[in-house]
Ligand binder design. Sequence first.
Ligand code: KIV
Ligand code: NA
Length: 258
Amino acid sequence: MLTAYDYPSAILSEEAGIDVILVGDSLGNVVLGYDTTIPVTLEDMIYHTKAVMRGAKQTFVVTDMPFMTYGIGREATMRNAARLMQEGGAQALKLEGGSEIADDVSALVQAGIPVMGHIGLTPQSVHQLGGFRVQGKLDREAAKLMEDAKALEKAGAFAIVLELVTEPLAEAISKELSIPTIGIGAGRGCDGQVLVYHDLIQYSSPYYEKKMVKTYTNVGESIRNAIKSYVDEVKTKAFPAEEHAFGVLNADKQEQVT
Ligand code: KIV
Ligand code: NA
């Protein structure tokens, strides 16, 4: 699984053979420049999901329910989920949290919406968790996460993201559950893996130096160099050159731009 937030990232992910595209609320960080995912709105998620759906014609697309759009009463939760599905075009929704949202998960699943869980370091609760730190190091933390995973499975979730939890705990949860686990910073024992698009390709993300991320290329550098060359060439009048310009001789032939 890989995140995507717009038309080109969706096309490239699909062409590369990604199984599941996640329109993550991490778009708040890597696309919109916020420090957390908390400011991300339902409108933001609908807007970006629509763009991704236009690029991902064949790939399963999951969209995050953003902060405070679920767990706020059944009717409001259902209405917000419906908008992400109907207006955004999402094919499944992801919610952060464990047993405390199991009833919401169950209601969404009963309404016909595939739901992905997300436990461990849940960025929407960063202020409650006291920062971005590894979860499940203490025995009582680990027991609670195992309990949450089971509650989500029982509620009908089809998969669970495990974020920033210890490798032994992620492995134990993966063995205990019959639904797949998808890890990020959760070690080698998960059934699948997820990364943030901008981290994987070093597309000006502030996070790709994190231990859990592996970068596979540095597009930020090539984009910056390309833009520098453009700036230089315009200033030195190397661009546009004769081949980029249109003459008058062929004007009556409706010269093609391409
Ligand atoms: O928003 C996101 O990108 C996520 C993944 C890191 C799982 O929730
Ligand atoms: Na997210």
